[in-house]
Write a protein that binds this ligand. Structure first.
Ligand SMILES: [Zn+2]
Length: 362
C-alpha cells in the first residue's frame, strides 16, 4: 500500500475510531508519515485502522455489551498506549488491593527545559539524572514504586520531559523522603538547585489496610470509580500517570515535532516499577499478552459479571456496525448504551461515546 493511501486512511476516522482516538487526526497522520519513512508498512496500516476491527459482543442473558478490541499495539497509538499503561495499573492494584500498605505519595520530577533540545536528548538527560535518584531509593525509604515518564511539548520550544512517581514509603515521612532525594536530584543535574523548582510531593493516602476497591480487577476503558475515597484518589493518580500518548501528544502540531516524538518513543519504556511492585501480586491473574495480538476482552463493567456467572457472549458485529445500526434499531441502541450506563467517571472516551449515542437519539 502506498504511503499516500495510508495517510489518507489515518485522517479518516470511523465513528468508533473517533470514540477511541478522539480528535487526533493531525497527530495520527504525522505518525503514519513517520512509519512510512521508516518503511514500517505493516505497522502503519495497523495504526491507521486501529479500532475498525473491534467486535462488540452481546450477552445471551440480557442486554449487555462488551468490546473485543483489535488494537494495533503501537506505543504511539492513543488507544493502545493506554492499554500498555493499564498493565502497570493492574500490577499496582494487585498489591494495594490485597495487602496492607505504607504511606502512599505522589512525587513529580521535572528538569529544566532547553528550547532547542530534541525529545530524545531531553529524555536522555532526564534519565541519566533520574537513575542517580532511584539508586538511593531503598535508603530513602521507598518500599515500592511506579514511575511514568511523560513527554510534553514545551511552551517555549523544546520538551517538558518529566516523571510522575507513586511510591510506597516505609519508616519515613514524605518530608524525610524529600529531604533525602531532592538534593540528589538537583545535584544530578549539576545545577545545585539553581533554576529548579522544589519537588512537587504530596501524600495520596496514609498507611493502612488493603484497598478493597482496587482488588476488583481491571475494568478497561469503561471503568467504574471506587466508592472509597482513598481508593478513588489513587485510582485517579495512577490512571492519570499511565495515560497514553493522547495526553502527552497535546500540542504536537509541527511535522518535525511529531517526528521527534516518534523517534524517541516508538520503542521506549515509559513506565517502570520498583521494589515489590516489579512483580505481580500472587492474587493477580497473570496475563502477559502481546499487545498486537490480544484477544482479551477489554473489560467493560459487564466483565466481572461475566466472570461471576459465566455468561455466554456472542459476536454482535463490529463496533462501527453496532453504532451504525443503533441509529435506527432500538435493540442496538440499548446494547451500545450499556457501555456508558455504569461508569461514574468521565473519561474522554466515555464522554465521546455518550455524545455519539446522544446524537443518535435526537
Ligand atoms: Zn492502536
Amino acid at each position: 500500500m502506498h504511503a499516500f493511501h495510508l495517510r489518507g486512511l489515518s485522517r479518516k476516522l470511523s465513528p468508533w475510531q473517533f470514540v477511541l482516538h478522539g480528535d487526533t487526526s493531525a497527530y495520527r497522520e504525522g505518525v503514519v508519515t513517520w512509519m512510512c519513512q521508516q518503511e514500517r508498512w505493516k505497522q502503519a496500516r495497523k495504526f491507521a485502522l486501529c479500532g475498525r476491527g473491534d467486535v462488540g459482543q452481546g450477552c445471551a442473558s440480557g442486554s449487555a455489551l462488551r468490546v473485543r478490541p483489535r488494537g494495533c499495539g503501537s506505543r504511539l497509538c492513543a488507544r493502545c498506549s493506554r492499554k500498555y499503561g493499564r498493565r502497570y495499573y493492574r500490577r499496582v492494584a494487585g498489591w494495594l488491593g490485597n495487602e496492607a500498605h505504607g504511606e502512599l505519595v505522589h512525587v513529580v520530577f521535572t528538569q529544566r527545559q532547553l528550547p532547542f533540545e530534541s525529545l530524545s536528548q531531553a529524555m536522555g538527560r532526564f534519565q541519566g539524572a533520574f537513575l542517580r535518584v532511584t539508586r538511593r531509593w531503598a535508603l530513602a525509604g521507598v518500599a515500592a514504586g511506579l514511575v511514568s515518564f511523560h513527554p510534553k511539548v514545551g511552551r517555549a520550544g523544546g520538551w517538558h520531559f518529566h516523571a510522575h512517581a507513586v511510591l510506597e514509603l516505609r519508616g519515613v515521612t514524605l518530608e524525610d523522603f524529600v529531604a533525602a532525594v531532592q538534593p540528589v536530584w538537583w545535584a544530578a543535574q549539576q545545577m545545585g538547585g539553581a533554576g529548579l523548582p522544589p519537588l512537587f510531593a504530596r501524600v495520596v493516602c496514609g498507611a493502612g489496610a488493603a484497598l478493597a476497591g482496587l482488588a476488583k480487577g481491571e475494568q478497561g476503558e469503561f471503568w467504574e470509580e471506587s466508592p472509597d475515597q482513598a481508593t478513588r484518589v489513587l485510582q485517579y493518580v495512577v490512571r492519570d500517570m499511565v495515560q497514553g500518548v493522547d495526553r502527552w501528544g497535546e500540542g504536537l502540531d509541527g511535522k518535525r515535532m511529531a517526528e521527534g516524538f516518534c523517534d524517541a518513543l516508538a520503542d521506549a519504556k515509559m513506565h517502570r516499577t520498583y521494589g515489590k511492585w516489579r512483580r505481580a501480586h500472587d492474587a493477580e491473574d497473570v496475563e502477559e499478552v502481546d499487545l498486537g495480538e490480544s484477544d482479551e476482552a477489554p473489560g467493560t463493567v459487564t466483565e466481572k459479571d461475566a466472570k461471576k456467572g459465566a455468561l455466554e457472549w456472542f459476536d454482535v458485529g463490529t463496533m462501527d456496525s453496532i453504532l451504525y445500526r443503533a441509529r435506527s434499531e432500538q435493540e442496538f441502541r440499548s446494547y451500545a448504551l450499556t457501555l456508558v450506563s455504569r461508569p461514574l467517571h468521565r473519561s474522554p472516551l466515555t464522554r465521546r461515546l455518550s455524545a455519539a449515542l446522544a446524537s443518535l437519539v435526537s
